[in-house]
Design a protein around this ligand. Structure first.
Ligand code: HSE
Length: 426
């Protein structure tokens, strides 16, 4: 029998209990012994959670789990940085294996935690930290181990994908779609981390660290959220044959790692363009396997609980067999990421300009002077003195585009630069 201490009994924790109640016997057979949750750390013991958990298991004292030598596995489902990080450290130092779904802690402190696990000869697993129910961490470590992974493109945030899908399919306003995503429980407690792209940045940092056998510092990733995307951009994207997605991108290129999170134009016929609503997907290219895409629910109670219980089964098996999973322990040096200015893309640029003779010529001159070549130019006909102009460039370094934008802002006939969105060449 493996005794487990669970930390947190929120949405995912309750899901873990319900899976264990439903499939306990089957799970015990897979592990080779029973998994028994012995104690559950909660903030308020008397809160009504609507979940069938024996109240005798509940405690509000972390030491009841951490100092109990009979507990061999700690399942951390508190979320956030602290005290979750400290509890994981304490558990590992006391020789307990850990399962966590905490992307922030794994992205920020992964290397330190893996070392602690190795030094204390225990395991740490975190499948639930990225893309909820979609298996991606174990496949990256095991199923794709024979490959040089060259590229990962992920839709890794359900909230933003839900918002962009609703704007795109139903013409819904940003705020309304956000409220719906919150009501469904996809969004973080503070949705700014979803909207700003930070949530996806933690996730791609974890995936890129495994895929490229390095340590990617989340603070060095270029991150841009979806706050600036307007219905007009979505409509123009559709006219041009694209949808807008918040992409988490990780490319292992000759001249360095290119890792970034931002909204991007994705061609309508690409499989990622079909990933809608709260769904997540990971599109990966390996030199042997070629292209692979996984799709599913990246958030929510049961999908995340599915990943957590799978980790509990795996770690439970390792504990039963007194095995330490060495795949967790890679300690490579940190790599410098390519600066966003050095990255090459095509760009969509939407401007508001005075509808006067020669204005387009001034704009194209600025772009030409910076060696930015245009793939298409659209001027929307309107009976107003100020009209929108949409430019799509050929592939060019971001540096040149930024320089052009600075110069365009100086032109008296350029009233506003509404948006700049990268076109992902898939
Ligand atoms: N808030 C996240 C999302 C789910 O919207 O995808 C947990 O990572």
């Amino acid at each position: 029998m493996i005794r487990i201490g669970m930390m947190g009994l929120g949405t995912v924790g309750s899901g873990v209990f319900s899976i264990l109640a439903k499939h306990g016997e089957n799970i015990a057979r897979k592990v080779g012994c029973d998994l028994v949750i012995d104690k559950v750390l909660v903030q308020e013991k008397d809160k009504n959670r609507g979940v069938m958990v024996d109240s005798a298991l509940l405690t509000d004292r972390p030491a009841d789990l951490l100092d109990d030598p009979a507990i061999q596995l700690v399942v951390e489902l508190i979320g956030g940085e602290n005290p979750a990080y400290q509890f994981i450290v304490d558990a590992l130092k006391r020789g307990k294996s850990v399962v966590t779904a905490n992307k922030l802690v794994v992205a920020k402190y992964g290397q330190e935690l893996f070392r602690l696990a190795r030094d204390n000869r225990v395991n740490i697993s975190y499948e639930g930290s990225v893309a909820g129910g979609i298996p991606v961490i174990r496949p990256l470590k095991e199923s794709f181990a024979a490959n040089r992974v060259e590229k990962i493109l992920g839709i890794l945030n359900g909230t933003t994908n839900y918002i962009l899908s609703k704007m795109s399919k139903d013409g819904q306003e940003f705020e309304t779609a956000l409220q719906e995503a919150q009501a469904y429980g996809y969004a973080e407690r503070d949705p700014s981390s979803d909207l700003s792209g930070l949530d996806a940045a933690y996730k791609i940092a974890i995936l890129a660290s495994i895929a490229f056998e390095t340590f990617v510092d989340v603070n060095s990733i270029y991150v841009e959220g979806i706050e600036g995307i307007e219905l007009e951009d979505i409509d123009i994207a559709a006219e041009l044959g694209y949808v807008i997605k918040l992409l988490a991108i990780a490319k292992n290129e000759q001249d360095g790692l290119d890792i970034r999170v931002h909204p991007a134009f994705v061609a309508k016929d690409h499989p990622l363009a079909l990933v809608n609503d709260q769904y997540n997907a990971i599109y990966l290219h390996g030199d042997a396997v070629n292209d692979v895409m996984s799709y599913g629910r990246g958030a929510g109670q049961m999908p995340t609980a599915s990943a957590v219980v799978a980790d509990m089964i795996q770690v439970g098996k390792d504990i039963c067999q007194q095995r330490v999973d060495t795949l967790n322990f890679h300690f490579p040096v940190e790599q410098t990421l390519k600066n966003i200015n050095m990255v090459e893309n095509s760009y969509y640029l939407r401007l508001q300009v005075n509808d006067q003779p020669g204005v387009l010529a001034q704009i194209t001159k600025v772009l030409g002077d910076n060696k930015v070549s245009l793939a298409s130019v659209i001027q929307k006909h309107k009976l107003t003195p100020v009209v929108p102009i949409i430019l799509v460039t050929h592939r060019v370094k971001e540096e040149a585009v930024n320089k052009s934008i600075k110069m365009l802002k100086q032109l008296p006939d350029v009233i506003a630069i509404n948006n700049l969105i990268r076109v992902e060449a898939l």
